[in-house]
Design a protein. Sequence first.
Length: 455
Amino acid sequence: MANADDMTKPNIEHSNPLSHTLLKKMDYNQLTNCMRCGFCLPACPTFRETGVESESPRGRIALMKAVVDGLMEPDDRFKEQMNHCLGCRACEPACPADVKYGQLIEQARDAIEDHNDHSLPVKGIRKLLFNRVFPHRNRLKWLGRSLHFYQKSGLRRAARGTGMMRLFPDYLREMEGILPEATAYGVVEQLGNFYPAKGEAIARVALFRGCIMDVLFAGTNVNSVELLSEAGFDVLIPKTQVCCGALHAHSGEMDSARELAKKNIAVFKETGVDYIVSNAGGCGALLMEYDHLLNKDENWREDSSWFASRVVDISHLVMEKGRIPTFTENLVNNKEEKIRITYQDSCHLRNVMKSSAAPRQLMKQVTNVEFIEMKEADRCCGSAGIYNVTQPVMAGQLLEHKMVLAKHTQARYMLTSNPGCLLQMKLGIEKHKPDEKMEAMHIVDFLHERMVKSE
């Protein structure tokens, strides 16, 4: 029996294979929900940069609908516009019709990817990363071990000293320069699968440790567990959890994202926890939408809803449900002058997980600090998963604007809640070198350093 969405779709026989796939995969109800009001325009980073209608959510939806309705062919320009979107979803809170733009852009990219004729090197890299590395924990550990060897053995110094790095594009060379120390020893290897609460347990939670997060930011995962414990939570870290699938979904690999979602749901459902905690906005947003990802699969509908309803950002959980630890900044040079901090929103944490207040409230709990709200902190920094690699020009423009505003805060610490944003801000600080010393940190690491641990 046809579902409601199928019954609203136009009855068109497309001669173009991509048009046919778009008609099949797009949610036509969402396409028609757009009222063309334009409230999304000032919220969209790419539109604000270019002023071009097709660079806006409204413009991209119009292009999608025109192809599905058979009014235009999906040429290379169409594909470019779909891929030029950051996927930050800042348009969604601004939309009075509640159009699910994020779902539409993922559906469009999924259809495009079915017909993409990538070069052999690109095909090889995509297959290696999406199919053979990210979904497999042991291979991620191998990646961490290899990166660590490169960073510590002298190879990194040799690559720079011999000029070998000049063979790579500027943006990859710059990114390599600010990568944190990698490791094969993630949070499970360091703390085990269970970490008890300090004092009486408020609830049992499970930490989603991520894939790249547990290779490049394993210390943040460890600090997350200790922060949750101090706040009164028993913490489980399921060993067999896998990549969330966000990078797959954003890159048009929706089938792979669904398979990863099923594995995670099965693993976490067995724990019976009260909450599933994310410390990465990009991961948390997709985890929270597993129910949408699997809504057409009757076998997974109930369990995906169970999973999605329990996903919460760490700042929100500690602030709303936990016993807030004592945090203090020890002033050394000038006891009258507080340490300045500011915050860059994770787009997916703010726009999808709807958590922008909790991180700010939590960092304001630290004594001897002054919080400075950065202008346009809610505007994308240009990281957007791997957008800063696939679209370096636009990502660079957004970072330029962000650093101008960041320098105005004169903050000592630039905090954020997502590893991609953190790397992008580290890159911005390295390139622009603010007059006042500034350091980018994950909010968890900042809080953990200043947390007064109970006995």
